[in-house]
Design a protein around this ligand. Structure first.
Ligand code: HPA
Length: 278
């Protein structure tokens, strides 16, 4: 299903009516990272089901609420949970909330996710600053920009050479150093899911240069960059990807949510530190 300007404007209008001022920063919280929204001094809280055309969150660990208010002095709008392609939504639906944020005035997007660690140095609980991504899903045609171009937001053929803003990354690194939170930096690869990867998948993803693997973020960042937003991406490493057949252990969603409890305070500290520097 395509998303039209009318749909975006209808959704944005419902949110705008609840706000006293435009929002500047958008935050998307991934699996197990809902707690970051509790830190917001909230002016409005909307369930996704209240916002026209918003895809309701169906995955455990994704609350499905939009929280608008102040965090570290910045006017923010936070998505507590997101939609994924594997839930059955089109890529355009998955990314509609980013369009709505753009319509509300958001110019900076902070995206977070839970990801599997491909880089052998990574351990559960580590945080990776996303330096770049590989859009495996986009390369195979599942691109949220497919269909008529929304000229009001950006060009037909958007540049993706600087998808993740270098100044925002530097700000995050500075926070990491100050707060003694070790920050890795690397490449995130997005697969459609919902199954986790086979060991052969994992070996392939390492060869093509990916450090972390997940099932989100890339569609939202693609749309954000199309609309000219500056993007900061943070992956919480929730599990170490299994790259050998027959090795004991398996990857589970419970493991992902469990690691979120460790990761949420670290990711919150980085986000708050970056917001203070804006
Ligand atoms: N693979 C894909 N997506 C994920 C993983 C993983 O290992 N962990 C959290 N999200």
């Amino acid at each position: 299903m395509n998303v039209t300007l009318e749909m975006i404007d209808e959704a944005a209008e419902v949110v705008r009516r609840r706000l006293s001022a435009p929002v500047r920063v958008g935050l998307i919280l991934g699996s197990g990272l809902n707690a970051v929204a509790e830190a917001v001094d909230a002016e409005a809280v909307l369930s996704y089901t209240e916002v026209p055309h918003f895809p309701p969150a169906t995955v455990e660990g994704h609350v499905g609420r939009l929280v608008a208010g102040r965090l570290e002095g910045q006017a923010v709008v936070v998505m507590q949970g997101r939609a994924h392609y594997y839930e059955g939504y089109s890529m355009a639906q998955v990314t509609l909330p980013v369009r709505v944020m753009q319509a509300l005035g958001v110019g900076i997007l902070i995206v977070t996710n839970a990801a599997g660690g491909l880089n052998p140095a990574f351990r559960p609980g580590d945080v990776m600053l996303i330096r770049d991504h590989i859009s495996l899903v986009g390369m195979t045609g599942l691109n949220p920009l497919r269909g008529p171009n929304l000229d009001r937001f950006g060009p037909r053929f958007p540049d993706m050479s600087c998808a993740y803003d270098s100044d925002l990354r530097a700000a995050a690194r500075a926070v990491g150093e100050r707060e003694k939170i070790p920050l890795y930096e690397g490449v995130y690869v997005c697969l459609a899911g919902p199954n986790f990867e086979t060991p052969a998948d994992i070996r392939f993803l390492r060869i093509i240069g990916a450090d972390a693997v997940g099932m989100s973020t890339v569609p939202e960042v693609t749309v954000a960059r199309h609309g000219g937003m500056r993007v900061l991406g943070l992956s919480g490493i929730s599990n170490v990807a299994i790259s050998e057949e027959g090795v004991a252990g398996e990857t589970t969603h419970e493991e992902v949510l469990e690691a979120g409890r460790l990761l949420a305070p670290r990711i919150e500290a980085i986000i708050r530190g970056v917001l203070r520097q804006l």
